[in-house]
Write a protein that binds this ligand. Structure first.
Ligand code: UGY
Ligand code: MN
Length: 221
């Protein structure tokens, strides 16, 4: 599924105070997670939920506990954790919420905040023109992965992938061509893409500036 900003509809969610959500995908569509963009007023917040949450600041500024979050900063909260994310300016936040799948003998991860620019930028399969940053630790306790992928113009995935993981993909910068099944879609900053498990997929960057997306997948289970 490709959603472009001209089709976005704002709605209310109980976990958002003083703000609205652009719900991108949820179980009603067949996804096993919820992804939305929260548009918060100054003072608006994301309230605790009975699921784990990953929140990445797209625009504005927010606070989680005593930590200030700027664009590119993010917070992870395990199920029901009482931490709120509070917007200290009008802000746009990319949010992923997922029911945690426990693993016997391994405790659920604890809450933390991170900064994308502090994470190593690794070439994918040795290709320095396609760089991946893992925003969550390599740890079996996490049942999800959230990465950013940055493609120099002309760079592309080395193969058409088919895999058990599903994806939520938020285009952050630049653009290119996204292949899903036998369709080839022009995609650019602001677009959202959901790929079901086993959806054949490929991306190649076009244009003058690098293309970058935030990508979720179920992981480690
Ligand atoms: O992590 C991934 O599966 C990633 N390479 N998929 C994608 O970019 N469509
Ligand atoms: Mn993939």
């Amino acid at each position: 599924m490709l959603q472009t900003p001209d089709t976005f509809v704002r709605s209310k969610l109980p976990q958002i105070s003083k703000g609205t959500a652009i719900v991108h995908v949820d179980p009603g569509r067949g996804a096993r997670f919820l992804q939305y963009t929260a548009e918060l007023e100054c003072g608006g917040s994301l309230q605790p939920i009975p699921a784990q949450r990953f929140a990445y600041v797209l625009q504005g500024e927010a606070r989680v506990g005593s930590d200030a979050l700027a664009p590119g900063d993010y917070a992870y909260c395990p199920t029901g954790h009482p931490l709120e994310l509070i917007a200290t300016q009008a802000s746009r936040i990319a949010v992923i919420e997922k029911t945690y799948e426990p693993l016997s003998g391994i405790p659920e991860p604890t809450a933390f905040v991170g900064r994308e620019s502090n994470q190593p930028s690794d070439p994918l399969n040795g290709n320095a023109k396609l760089r991946v940053r893992s925003l969550l630790p390599v740890d079996l306790a996490f049942d999800l992965a959230v990465n950013t992928m940055e493609y120099d113009p002309g760079a592309s995935l080395p193969m058409v992938e088919i895999h058990t993981m599903e994806h939520g993909v938020l285009m952050l910068e630049g653009g290119g061509i996204m292949r899903m099944n036998d369709f080839w879609y022009p995609t650019g900053a602001g677009d959202f893409v959901w790929m079901a498990p086993y959806c054949p997929q490929w991306f190649g960057a076009l244009g003058e500036v690098p293309a970058k997306y935030l990508i979720y997948k179920n992981w480690n289970r």
